[in-house]
Design a protein around this ligand. Structure first.
Ligand code: TR5
Length: 144
């Protein structure tokens, strides 16, 4: 985790970096991640929204003028979307609904994008499910 943290705080400049970080992360690990430290306030984050179930904070390596991560405060085995089970439906819905609330709070009237990366091919690097909220610029399609 320390290596990953220093990697992100120094350079996260290219798509290759993101792919490398994703490849380095353990896809099936249910161990604590950097996000647990953010939830527990052991590591500072720019929190933009918080309730009893969801925490939203600015991404340390923003890919758009607005780039926010929304995470469940309790992971409950949900390392990534591909690990979702029926019991996770409520929190998954809440993450998306909260993304809408935060987008409004951030003034993203012209639209935005929500992304969930899953596994190495999806470029997932942190194994605690999270929704990316990206906005403030024109997005492209297809994504890279
Ligand atoms: O690649 P995926 O989809 O797993 O997304 C993980 C995201 O976490 C990336 O966009 C990273 O930039 C972001 N990230 C990683 C760290 C971090 C963070 N966002 C805020 N604060 C962070 N800290 C303190 N440390 C990180 N390692």
């Amino acid at each position: 985790i320390a290596v990953l943290t220093s990697h992100f705080t120094t350079t996260m400049s290219s798509e290759k970096d993101a792919a490398l970080a994703a490849a380095a992360a353990p896809p099936s690990a249910d161990s604590p991640t950097i996000f647990d430290k953010i939830i527990n306030k052991e590591i500072p984050a720019k929190v933009v929204y918080e309730d009893d179930k969801v925490l939203a904070f600015r991404d340390i390596a923003p890919q758009a003028p607005t780039h926010i991560l929304l995470i469940p405060k309790i992971k409950d085995g949900l390392t990534g979307l591909s690990k979702a089970e029926e019991r996770h439906c409520e929190i998954l819905g809440r993450l998306l609904y909260t993304a809408k609330l935060v987008a409004k709070q951030e003034g993203l009237e012209d639209g935005y994008r929500v992304v969930i990366n899953d596994g190495p091919n999806g470029c997932q690097s942190v194994y605690h499910v999270h929704v990316h909220l990206l906005g403030g610029r024109q997005m492209n399609w297809p994504p890279g």
